[in-house]
Design a protein around this ligand. Structure first.
Ligand SMILES: [Zn+2]
Ligand SMILES: [Zn+2]
Length: 274
C-alpha cells in the first residue's frame, strides 16, 4: 500500500476535470490511497480562526465548493479522500475543533507554518531568519508542534521538521535529539501519525521531512506514518517515493496508515516494486 494524503489542487479550479489530472498521476505511481488536503486558510469559513494579513488576501474560496468537487468525483468512481491541511495556532483549539467537526473529512493534517506573525517557510519572510537565534526558532517551532500533538485534534502531523526548510539548522546534535524526543513522545501519546514527505527534496534543504534521526525517534515511540508528496501540481503526486519508501524501511517501518472518516487502519507498506 502507498498513500499520498498531502496534495493541493489550489492552482486550478475546483472541478472534477482538474482533479482528474491528479488522479491520473496517482494511478501512474501505483498509489491506491490518496486525498486532497487544501490549506484551510484559503476558505472564507476559516476567517474567524486565521486572521493575519498574509492569509487574509488568500482567503477567497469556499469550503462548500471544495467539498462538492470531492463528492462529484466520488460519484464518478474516483477514489479520492477528503482532507484538509490546518494551520495550528496555539490558543485556537476550540475554533479549530468546531471547524473540523463541521465537515465529513477523512483526515486532518495539522501543520505548524507560523511562529506568531512569521511564516517560517515563506520566501518573502525569509530575511527574518537572519534576525533571530536559530536555536530559539527551533525551540519555538517544536513548542508548537508538541502542543499541536497534545491537542489531539489532528490525525496526521504535516512535515514535522519544516523548520529546517532554509537550512538554518542548529549544529548541536544533543539539542536536536532533545527536541526530537519530546516531539515523538507527544505524537505517540496522542496517537497522531506523521508523514514521510518528499516535499523537502524540492526545497532548499534538499532532504525528506522528517530527518532520518527524527524519523528513527518516532519509530522508537511507535508513531505511525503515511507517505505524502505535498504536491501543488499533478506532476508532483507521488514524486520521489522510491526515496521515501527506502527511508521508511531503513528506519524500520513496515506499516502505513490509511484514513477513512477519521478512522485509521494499518496496512503493510508496499512490498514490491520499490
Ligand atoms: Zn504545509
Ligand atoms: Zn501542504
Amino acid at each position: 500500500m502507498l498513500t499520498d494524503y498531502h496534495i493541493h489542487v489550489e492552482r486550478g479550479p475546483y472541478t472534477v476535470q482538474w482533479l482528474l489530472n491528479f488522479a491520473q498521476q496517482a494511478e501512474n505511481c501505483g498509489i491506491e490511497e490518496w486525498g486532497i488536503s487544501e490549506h484551510a486558510y484559503r476558505f472564507k469559513e476559516t476567517r474567524h480562526i486565521f486572521w493575519n494579513r498574509w492569509v487574509e488576501v488568500r482567503q477567497t474560496e469556499t469550503l462548500e465548493d471544495y467539498m462538492k468537487m470531492i463528492f462529484k468525483a466520488r460519484e464518478q468512481g474516483i477514489n479520492v479522500k477528503f482532507g484538509i491541511e490546518m494551520d495550528y495556532f496555539p490558543g485556537k483549539e476550540k475554533e479549530i475543533e468546531k471547524f473540523i467537526n463541521s465537515y465529513p473529512f477523512d483526515y486532518i493534517i495539522g501543520s505548524v507554518h507560523w511562529i506568531d506573525q512569521w511564516g517560517i517557510d515563506l520566501d518573502e519572510m525569509k530575511e527574518e531568519w537572519d534576525k533571530r537565534e536559530v536555536k530559539d526558532v527551533w525551540t519555538s517551532y517544536f513548542d508548537r508542534l508538541v502542543s499541536m500533538a497534545e491537542s489531539g485534534l489532528f490525525d496526521i502531523a504535516g512535515h514535522i521538521d519544516l523548520v529546517k526548510i532554509f537550512k538554518y539548522i542548529p549544529q548541536d546534535t544533543d539539542f536536536l535529539q532533545r527536541e526530537y524526543e519530546r516531539a515523538a513522545k507527544s505524537l505517540a501519546q496522542s496517537g497522531t501519525a506523521i508523514e514521510i514527505s518528499t516535499a523537502g527534496l524540492r526545497k532548499p534543504v534538499g532532504e525528506i521531512y522528517p530527518h532520518p534521526d527524527l524519523l528513527s525517534t518516532c519509530f522508537r515511540y511507535n508513531v505511525p506514518v503515511v507517505l505524502s508528496s505535498d504536491a501543488h501540481c499533478p506532476e508532483d503526486v507521488g514524486r520521489d517515493y522510491d526515496k521515501a519508501v527506502e527511508l521508511a524501511r531503513k528506519v524500520g517501518y513496515t506499516k502505513i496508515q490509511v484514513f477513512t472518516a477519521r478512522k485509521a487502519k494499518s496496512y503493510p507498506l508496499y512490498p514490491q516494486s520499490y
